[in-house]
Write a protein that binds this ligand. Structure first.
Ligand code: GDP
Ligand code: MG
Length: 476
């Protein structure tokens, strides 16, 4: 009888502990964004790879749970939302494991992945309750282009059109936009809408946006969904464009124009886009994010010149508007987002010699200066870092004209062989005219050199500092 009691008691105790463990489990939703090609896929792959292979030669010295020996293990578990695409971690790791290794294929749209991280609590209350605790980390990957659409929520179709047309008429966009603008100018705004014609011209506008992004390297693209349509490809909601000749229409006629007229249909689709695409993203996804990392490739624009870099500056300001949701922000009137930590990271830092990293961070700080200042008032902690999700170069020294100079060595993607270069100096401040006159920066695409072995970690720069900033406080 006494024995049974003891057994029952043990069982009960076990149950209670289990229950306690479960309620003490923590969740963090980490959102990863950045404009296309900024390095989101490489970043998430590396982050997950570092976590699940920790202990297999990884160096995560600045990540306190690891540094203090409290990190136990991490594994992938089924994701939280079944209706959102799965982040294809396996394909990405496979690409890095090929001989020779490849960069993972680019992805479009939003995807998710969940990992469970087991650790020993140290400072929190958890330590009195349980030996180990689990942090569930939900990672969401979504295009930074989607954040560029935020200002549209405050605009009418007329205001948006005028702003876009003025952008299209500025260099370097103006050189390529004449045919499109001329075509729109010819349209009869109050004539019955011809859906096929709208689709054709919308395609022309979309092609123009692609050219700006993919060929010229411009960052400010609107509507963002046009170049990354995901499941909305070919839907009429993406078939509108800025109208150019409002001065030709009487104000009353414009107001009264039915949705079946050309300008009325453009306006209706614009409104629908705002509601069903832009607002929907903020309401369904953005509100759930706890932590955010924004990746920026500052080096490619530095390579491309003053106009392209200026455009990155504008796009960055616009992207950061989404986190400026205090009293005055557009977002605060819609709902209350809960992001409390924001990391802004310059990616591909392995493209420059290591003594340039200080400048890269300083440049990044200048890009976000105003926002950082504002965020301090809104209780969002913001940090800037220069990182390489996957380090593809080695640092060295070379003798040039009798002097020792720092160099990097890596496998050039174009030449498919090892090269040694000094790619250039990164300006510590937003570059002025003389920087561009002196040749700017020489960006070379590098490929990983060594295939990734099973259970091995990808070489990286400062992924441990990323982890510490984003998760350290949740694993105390
Ligand atoms: N050297 C280097 N190149 C990178 C790194 N991250 C991304 N890249 C390059 O940038 C390209 C785009 O990266 P990806 O992760 O697909 O960008 P995404 O469109 O934001 O998901 C890759 O194919 C690589 O060429 C990095 O850490 N180091
Ligand atoms: Mg991607």
């Amino acid at each position: 009888m006494a024995l049974l009691k003891k057994e029952q008691l043990e069982k009960l105790k076990h149950k209670a502990e289990e229950l306690l463990n479960r309620t003490l489990d923590q969740h963090v939703t980490l959102a990863v964004t950045g404009l296309s090609r900024s390095g989101k896929t490489a970043f998430i792959t590396s982050l997950v790879n570092q976590l699940i292979n920790e202990g297999s030669g990884a160096k995560l010295s600045f990540f306190n749970p690891v540094h203090q020996g409290r990190f136990i293990a991490a594994k992938r578990v089924p994701q939280k939302h079944f209706h959102i695409g799965r982040f294809d971690y396996d394909s990405a790791v496979n690409a890095f494991s090929l001989a020779p290794p490849k960069w993972p294929e680019p992805t479009q749209g939003i995807s998710e992945l969940r990992i469970a991280i087991k650790y020993q609590p140290k400072e929190s209350l958890l330590k009195y309750a349980t030996e180990t605790a689990t942090l569930y980390l939900d990672i969401t990957d979504y295009p930074g282009e989607w954040l560029l659409d935020l200002p549209m929520l405050n605009q009418t179709f007329e205001e948006w059109s005028m702003q876009m047309v003025s952008l299209l008429k500025q260099a370097p966009r103006s050189e390529h936009s004449q045919a499109f603008l001329a075509k729109v100018e010819q349209l009869e705004p109050l004539a019955p809408a011809n859906e096929e014609l709208l689709a054709d011209i919308a395609k022309e506008y979309t092609d123009l946006l692609h050219y700006y992004r993919d060929t010229l390297g411009l960052s400010l693209i609107q509507p963002g969904r046009f170049i990354l349509p995901g499941e909305l490809a070919d839907a009429p909601i993406l078939q509108f464009f800025p109208y150019t000749a409002f001065e030709q229409i009487d104000g009353n006629d414009y107001q009264n124009a039915g949705d079946d007229t050309l300008v009325g249909m453009l306006r209706a689709r614009f409104i629908s886009y705002k509601e069903r695409v832009v607002r929907k993203f903020y309401k369904e996804h953005f509100v759930n994010f706890d932590r955010q990392i924004v990746l920026a490739d500052c080096l490619t624009p530095l390579n491309k010149g003053a106009e392209i870099f200026g455009d990155l500056e504008q796009a960055t300001a616009q992207i950061l508007e989404s986190f400026n949701y205090g009293k005055s922000g557009v977002l605060s009137r819609l709902f209350s987002p809960k992001i409390d930590k924001l990391l802004f990271a310059a990616t591909k830092a392995d493209h420059v010699t290591s003594e340039q990293h200080v400048n890269l961070v300083s440049l990044l700080n200048q890009l976000v200066h105003t926002t950082k200042h504002q965020l301090n008032f809104e209780n969002i902690e913001m940090e800037t870092l220069a990182v390489a999700s996957v380090k593809t170069t080695l640092n060295g020294k070379s003798i040039y004209q009798g002097k020792e100079v720092p160099v990097i060595q890596g496998k050039s993607a174009n030449e498919q062989k090892l090269i040694t270069v000094f790619p250039g100096a990164v300006p510590a401040r937003l570059p002025k005219a003389d920087y561009w006159q002196n040749g700017g920066f020489n960006f070379i695409s590098f490929e990983p050199i060594e295939p990734l072995a099973p259970h091995q970690c990808l070489p990286h720069l400062r992924m441990d500092q990323v982890l510490e900033f984003l998760l350290g406080d949740k694993m105390k």
